[in-house]
Design a protein around this ligand. Structure first.
Ligand code: NDP
Length: 311
């Protein structure tokens, strides 16, 4: 039996693993893939100690660090966390297998937010992408649209322009959520078209995307952009189905935690983007992961817990 199973192998989960292992807890990290959202960022300039790094490189270091201190890793998808008794949980996988542990730290992050427009399901992976870092190189000399006004969207524009794509940014407002420094940098790029105050309506094509229909949010006038690809960079949503009967969730599906990472279920802790923590950043997820692991250790060793749910 593991002392702790950490669900999720992004910044929060891998940092939690480093801290758990250094407290000599027998630790297993489970994730469908390692690196989380950070993997999808081509250049991180705000992780202290690394003036610039690719998300992939930074996360590879996190994983190496966790394994160095003894964390075991398993690739897989968890479907349910079952509480069997005091300090006893079963972690069930989609292939029917399970792992046993005394405590759980949820760090499973979020999934790309769906556009909920016609053509989305049909063309996902066939011209519609949610990962510019993964797919941008396929679009050299091609026309693409990026949807969104946050850091991810603006960085996707930058990446696509860099590989030689002809990029149009479509955003539903005329204000951006992205950092000002990024907006300024992207506005200065050559050959990028901005279509503001327009919402996505439909993605069309034959075998692959050929057209993106958008609508002016004020006049409701529709227009069709002829292009080869659409990058949806509109944020992420939480899926906490695996603990829905054990932990309190907020209306956004995030796992509610106190200031120490305790959830409403003793023995289950949570950290990173799956919690309501403000400012979803790699450095914040890492810090929250460390905190949750320390709190988990306190709980497992009978120490006096500090959080609201532990009183
Ligand atoms: P955000 O939530 O910041 O932005 C999502 C964008 O998509 C918003 O502009 C939003 O519009 C738009 N949007 C949402 N739903 C729809 C929809 N149905 N149709 C059209 N547009 C839609 O998400 P990000 O993924 O950009 O970023 C998430 C977090 O990760 C942020 O905290 C960000 O700072 C961080 N991040 C940091 C990076 C870095 O530091 N290098 C890189 C990437 C992300 P509206 O503005 O109108 O709501």
């Amino acid at each position: 039996m593991y002392d702790v199973v950490i669900i999720g192998g992004g910044a929060a989960g891998l940092t939690a693993a480093i801290y758990a292992c250094r407290k000599a807890l027998k630790t297993l990290v489970i994730s469908p893939e390692y690196g989380g959202q950070t993997n999808l960022t081509s250049h991180i300039e705000n992780y202290p100690g690394f003036i610039v790094s690719t998300g992939w490189d930074l996360m590879a270091k996190f994983k190496e660090h966790a394994e160095h201190f003894g964390a075991e890793t398993r690739t897989g998808k968890v479907i349910t966390v079952e509480k069997k008794g005091e300090k006893q949980f079963h972690i069930h996988f989609d292939d029917g297998s399970k792992e046993d542990c005394k405590a759980v730290i949820l760090c499973h992050g979020k999934l790309p937010r769906p556009l909920n427009i016609p053509g989305e399901k049909e063309f996902l992976g066939r011209g519609l992408s949610t990962c510019a870092t993964c797919d941008a190189p396929l679009y050299k000399n091609k026309a693409v649209a990026v949807i969104g006004g946050g850091n991810a969207a603006l960085e996707a524009v930058e990446e696509l322009q860099h590989v030689g794509a002809k990029v149009t940014l479509v955003h539903r407002r005329d204000q951006f959520r992205a950092d000002e420094i990024t907006v300024k940098k992207v506005k200065a790029l050559e050959g990028v078209t901005f279509i503001l105050n327009h919402a996505p309506v439909a993605i069309k094509g034959d075998k692959y995307v050929t057209c993106f229909e958008i609508e002016d949010v004020n006049t409701k006038q529709k227009q069709e952009l002829k292009l080869d690809g659409v990058f949806s960079e509109i944020g992420h949503v939480a899926d906490s189905t695996m603990v829905k009967d054990l932990c309190k969730l907020n209306p956004a599906g995030e796992v509610i935690v106190d200031d120490a990472g305790n959830t409403s279920c003793p023995g289950i802790f949570a950290a990173g983007d799956i919690t309501p923590v403000k400012y979803k950043q790699t450095v914040i997820a890492a810090g929250e992961g460390a905190k949750a692991a320390l709190e988990c250790h306190r709980w497992l060793t009978g120490g006096k817990a500090t959080g609201e749910y532990s009183k």
